[in-house]
Design a protein around this ligand. Structure first.
Ligand code: P61
Length: 457
């Protein structure tokens, strides 16, 4: 088999700035050892996120010029609406400035004290919006999804029996929404199977609970269904996506992922009353329903991006890129969450630095060292992001300590991936020298963004 090459040529480039290891160690010190506090110009390969970091196509840039900036009834809105409707099949399409704005609307309309939201895994912004409304969020991830070393095709699946038991315990009337995240970002970018979508929908239907999909990475998920689930091998990805959405009552999406744009999102719904309530919230928080917190040009870019994301030559290359990086990790003996996800490799820091205990932030230690060694910026998804304290102040660790290297879409080439693998391998070789960290500053909420650390000696 020949190399699966980038299915695009590069027309416009941005320079990367190189720094020495000595410079990077000083910069990291200045940033309190928190890579969120670095200047992006000081980063060589930026794998902090795949969100809003895509390279837009020539046609998307052309769409930016075509954007109709009319306050109401903009032509660009109708192009956006048609495209989102074609893919999701939903009746009401509500643009928002990004994914969390769609979540905020849902939580405002459906949330509140005494309510329980359920998901395979709520993303942190989704959980944040639910909890902010006074409601609670519960995750029901399949057991194999919690074990980084287990290789299975659909580790993002919902644990349907556990979900049903919870519904019976809490009462369906107290559960306003079930949200299935595809792919499951917090759980390793792992896909959800069509069978699991169907089974989850069936349970929701049985109890009369609205069933929604968090569709940030729907096309990557559809590609996994095509290549891993029996019966879908010959189905076009667009049709697989359409089938997935046909089971849903609604969709939230951050277009910053699988729509290749730098900003944007939407809420799509079938229920007329819910759509009306949602638009009322939209008008006070985002804007008029035909632009919802975006410019007309952004709506054009999303519509075009949604057309490009279901291109199978692109998806084959996209998923192969992550798998390729995963193969390099395996060859070097680096422990990571397997199999490789759709948008990122998640290094398993518990096994990478077993000598650093969770309260000393093993994934933070690896993240900091990746930057110091090679200018690679990843993100900690472990005790810093999700750790809690008990009443006595003792650290409660989350189930996994991960270092996510998210790959922006159409931005880096194969040699960039080779370089990243070399940097990870170098850090792995000196893993016994890595030290734990402690906080020197910690904000009361979402502390990972602004925390400062000191190295333990
Ligand atoms: C990311 F460190 N993801 O993965 P918005 N659902 C899902 C997401 O992955 C997601 C959103 C909803 C980000 C950006 C990010 O603490 C953080 O358009 C499955 O970002 O509002 C976003 O979409 C929200 C990174 C967000 C973070 C919050 O990198």
């Amino acid at each position: 088999m020949k190399t699966i090459i980038e299915p695009f040529r590069i027309k416009s480039v941005e320079p990367i700035r190189f720094t020495s290891e000595q410079e990077r160690r000083a910069l990291l010190e200045e940033a309190g050892h928190n890579v969120f506090l670095l200047k992006a110009d000081d980063v060589t390969i930026d794998l902090l996120t795949d969100s809003g970091t895509s390279a837009m196509s020539a046609k998307q840039w052309a769409g930016i010029m075509e954007g109709d900036e009319s306050y109401a009834g903009s032509r660009s809105f109708f192009r956006f609406e048609n495209k989102v409707r074609e893919i999701t099949g939903m009746k009401y399409i509500i643009p928002t400035h990004q994914g969390r704005a769609a979540e905020k609307i849902l939580a405002t309309v459906m949330g509140g004290p005494g309510k329980f939201f359920v998901s395979n895994t709520h993303f942190d912004t989704t959980r944040g919006n639910i909890e902010f409304s006074g409601a609670e969020a519960f995750d029901f991830l399949t057991d194999e999804g919690k074990r980084p070393e287990v290789k299975a095709p659909f580790k993002g699946n919902m644990n349907v029996p556990a979900l049903e038991a919870f519904i019976k315990e809490k009462g369906a009337k107290n559960i306003p929404l079930c949200l299935l995240t595809v792919t499951n970002n917090s759980g390793g970018g792992q896909p959800v199977s069509m069978q699991n979508v169907r089974e989850t929908q069936a349970i929701c239907r049985k109890y009369g609970i609205p069933f929604f999909i968090d569709a940030c990475r729907f096309a990557e998920n559809a590609w996994f269904i095509k290549t891993r689930e029996k019966g879908y091998e010959n189905k076009p990805v667009l049709e697989i996506a359409q089938e997935m959405f046909s089971y849903a009552d609604g969709v939230t999406m951050s277009a910053k992922k699988d729509a290749f744009v730098n900003i944007g999102g939407f809420l799509a719904l079938n229920d007329t009353e819910l759509a009306e309530k949602s638009r009322n919230v939209l008008i006070v928080t985002e804007g008029f329903p035909t632009y919802g917190g975006l410019a007309g040009r952004d709506l054009e870019a999303i519509a075009q991006g949604l057309e490009e994301i279901v291109d199978e030559d692109y998806l084959r290359y996209r998923i192969r890129t992550i798998e390729y990086l995963g193969e390099k990790m395996t060859a070097a003996g680096v422990p990571f969450l397997e199999p490789a996800g759709g948008h990122a490799i998640y290094i398993d820091a518990r096994r990478f630095v077993p000598n650093i205990s969770p309260e000393h932030f093993p994934a933070q230690s690896v993240t900091a060292e990746l930057y110091a060694t090679g200018g690679v910026r990843a993100v900690e998804i472990g005790s810093v992001m999700f750790g809690k304290r008990d009443a006595a102040g003792k650290h409660i660790a989350p189930p996994m300590e991960l270092v996510r290297m998210a790959i922006p879409r159409r931005v880096y080439t194969q040699s960039h991936m080779d370089y990243v693998a070399e940097v990870v391998e170098e850090v792995f070789q000196k893993r016994n020298e890595l030290q734990g960290y402690k906080f020197t500053y910690e904000a009361p909420i979402l502390r990972h963004f602004t925390a400062r650390f000191a190295k333990l000696t």
